[in-house]
Ligand binder design. Sequence first.
Ligand code: ZN
Length: 263
Amino acid sequence: MRYRVLRPPYCYRWAVLLSALVLATTAAVTLFSSAEGAPAAPAPVAAAAAQVTPAPATELPPPPAAGLVRSAAGQGRTVALTFDDGPDPVYTPQILDALTRAGAVATFCMIGTNAVRHPELVRAVVDRGMRLCDHTISHDEQLPRRSEQRITAEIAGCWSDLQVAADRDVPVPYFRAPGGNWSELLTTVAARQGMKPLSWSVDSRDWTLPGTAQIVATVQRAVQPGAVVLLHDGGGKRAQTVEALNQLLPWFTAQGYRFDFPG
Ligand SMILES: [Zn+2]
């Protein structure tokens, strides 16, 4: 009985409260719109256009004039293999096995979200004597356009993800910009974290899925002593890369190359 008596007034109060909320929201929206006024109007159009048509790379901030690492650390017939966008549960173990069989080392530029998903692969890479490279948390190829705060979060965040995934203090000597889109600020932020900006001198173009033979031919044609070769263990189907690596590793050895880390 008591419940019944109380019910109508509560309903009423809720109705009044809701109406007041709706009125207040409407008033706030109206005020806000008129305050922002004309200058704000073109913004959504520009934002929509920017989303639909990615701006050409030329509109990104200029890349740093110098300082990108594009060569292997050692002198002579060295080659530094680098694998981006992993770790990947299918392809990273296959690549690790191929490298181990060949007695080769390589550098893995990992995406933070993938490292968090597959911490055991981060540990496996480190345990096999490979090196880690920070490839940001989310692989935003427009990173040079972002604020310093966002850039720092992406780079320092991936560094932290790698530490946590490895479950130990692990060196991350390199940072590689997503899409190879560099800016002075990116290298500065990476340097604060103790990381060298790692570029490449040979793009295998394995990410275009041109076929194993084409990947092998591209690398064989372009490689020179001291080369840093760009390959991918993540970010898509990488069976072609794995097969190309199985052919390239013995070829490098037959050509007198030593496997090295970037300089
Ligand atoms: Zn990448």
